[in-house]
Design a binder for this molecule. Sequence first.
Ligand SMILES: C[S@@+](CC[C@H](N)C(=O)[O-])C[C@H]1O[C@@H](n2cnc3c(N)ncnc32)[C@H](O)[C@@H]1O
Length: 322
Amino acid sequence: MTSPDLPAELKAALDGKLRGFSRSDAAGRAASISKTYRGGGNSGAIRSETDALAYALARMPATYAAVTASLNALVEIRPDFAPNSLLDVGAGPGTATWAAAEAFPSLQRFTLLDSNDALRTLALDLIADGFRLRDASYQRGEARAALVNAETADLVVASYMIGEIGDAEQRALAELMWQKTRDTLLVIEPGTPAGYARIIALRAQLIALGAHVAAPCPHDGPCPLLPPDWCHFTQRLQRSRAHKQVKGAELPFEDEKFSYVALTHAPVDQRLSRVLAQPIVTKVEVTAKLCTPEGLSLTKVPRRAKADYANARRWRWGDAVN
Ligand SMILES: C[S@@+](CC[C@H](N)C(=O)[O-])C[C@H]1O[C@@H](n2cnc3c(N)ncnc32)[C@H](O)[C@@H]1O
């Protein structure tokens, strides 16, 4: 399992960029970028080097944690997956590339793609110090246009990206990303009903084109959850002092909610049930909401079933279980 916290190399590179940078200025810029996002805007609000750094300081640890959690889920289902090449679509500061490099030592070729110059410049600065990523290629441009000429990759990732474009563009992008995927496509979005809706639409679109779900779903059928419920997960990560200052936060950790789907060309062998909420453990039983290959189930594991109960007590929201 890869740690959800930023790798030391990336932390050091970010810290280096932060030296001499006013924390209150960063806090102001990060707050204004967040406000733009909440108002339905996108990362077009990130225009300067300082905006990019403020964004990275405020959001990169959390999006990194969400990508890592999704990659860990994928690795658990497909322990033999050893991709050689990565394509990071809407790469921004390079978050998913760093996460994938940590999760897959097999990765040799890294291609990042984004339209935002400030984020691209920051990503290249951060990568310059990163030994494994030093030969990464970062292509500038609008994703759909750039993808047409992009080489295929074993693993294609779009992290917190598709929500920045319109519905029709998302459909076109999804199809293009799938065409460029040699093995697995991973798409991650914020764990909101709207983020989930985008994931579920992309999932249905690509299953219709022959894709199979590796995670989180243990089936390729329609999602059994009905509104107002939605499929999402949460990843806890440590907050650095700088991060607390920028976010005006007190707690030493934050919980990032995310939705994701990992789609593969070949069907996966393992169809483990997915824990969809933190199970309730009492002295009598463990009650867990599971997505199973047969559909949704509120499973109760009684204490008298000693070994099963002991096992179920360890279940966590997001786990794949038997
Ligand atoms: C919220 S940021 C996420 C960045 C990064 N993937 C992460 O997880 O931290 C969204 C990124 O998508 C990029 N983006 C949005 N629309 C794009 C498009 N049409 N073509 C290329 N990049 C795009 C933005 O420039 C930005 O870097």
